[in-house]
Design a protein around this ligand. Structure first.
Ligand SMILES: Cc1cc2nc3c(=O)[nH]c(=O)nc-3n(C[C@H](O)[C@H](O)[C@H](O)COP(=O)(O)O)c2cc1C
Length: 221
């Protein structure tokens, strides 16, 4: 697969088989991801790879939080408040397409809730990761970690694995810290569900939309 094919083939995988990727493969993926560029080559990413057991423990506690309405003090807003209409529209369409693939109706809040809940089980992926960044970096540093994450995603595809990034873990920073025990100077950015794609699951069948070039590019004369 060439680079263009890999980029175009990438999508968020939200259902997995039980097959557990070998640690050797995960290490290869992370090594390749680590070739990512960062300003001044600061490489500000930190990765916590959870074993099956560690993932299970974190998922159990977080699902308990979710089911029982436990709230934690969040450390960043996933979306700006308010979210401008342009972005709201895309987020709406994103949900529409995903719930559509699952045949979940707009007013079926129970089923929607159940699907959101799956985030905290890493969508059934056999392995999970948590990505943190040093708090001191601010927005600019987060962009550098983004370079690493796209690399991680594409190298996972190279090894036949599927990925979903998950900001949803940032809702429970205390629970995550209790489990991965990262130092106080790090902030939880997102989770990574990783494993072999369940190709028969409806949630993996749809693809998200993209804007036309004209809507986000200006050729300045
Ligand atoms: C940083 C980041 C965080 C994300 N967090 C979540 C999440 O918490 N839950 C989820 O289901 N998808 C999450 N996604 C996946 C996006 O919804 C998805 O990338 C987007 O809708 C485009 O779809 P595609 O990845 O299939 O191309 C996240 C993606 C990124 C890049």
């Amino acid at each position: 697969m060439n680079i263009k094919e890999g980029i175009e083939k990438r999508f968020s995988v939200r259902a997995f088989t039980d097959e557990v990727p070998k640690l050797k493969t995960i290490k290869e993926i992370l090594k390749t991801a680590n070739a990512a560029p960062s300003g001044g080559n600061i490489q500000p990413w930190k990765v916590y790879v959870l074993s099956e057991e560690a993932k299970k423990r974190l998922a159990e506690k977080t699902l308990y939080n979710f089911d029982n309405g436990v709230q934690e003090e969040i450390e960043y807003d996933i979306y700006p408040k308010p979210l401008a209409d342009e972005y709201k529209k895309r987020r709406y369409e994103c949900g529409l397409d995903m719930y559509g693939a699952l045949s979940i109706e707009k007013d079926d809040l129970d089923s929607r809730f159940k699907q959101i809940r799956e985030n905290y089980n890493f969508f059934g992926a056999p392995l999970g990761m948590i990505i943190t960044i040093d708090r001191s970096f601010g927005n600019n540093g987060w962009g550098h970690v983004g370079m690493f994450l796209e690399n991680l995603w594409l190298s996972a595809i190279h090894y036949g694995l599927g990925v979903c990034l998950q900001e949803s873990w940032s809702i429970y920073p205390k629970t995550v810290k209790d489990h991965i025990k990262h130092p106080d100077n790090e902030i939880v950015w997102c989770g990574v569900a990783i494993g072999y794609e369940d190709k028969s699951h409806p949630i993996n069948q749809y693809r998200t939309r993209r804007e036309e070039l004209e809507s986000f590019v200006k050729f300045v004369e």
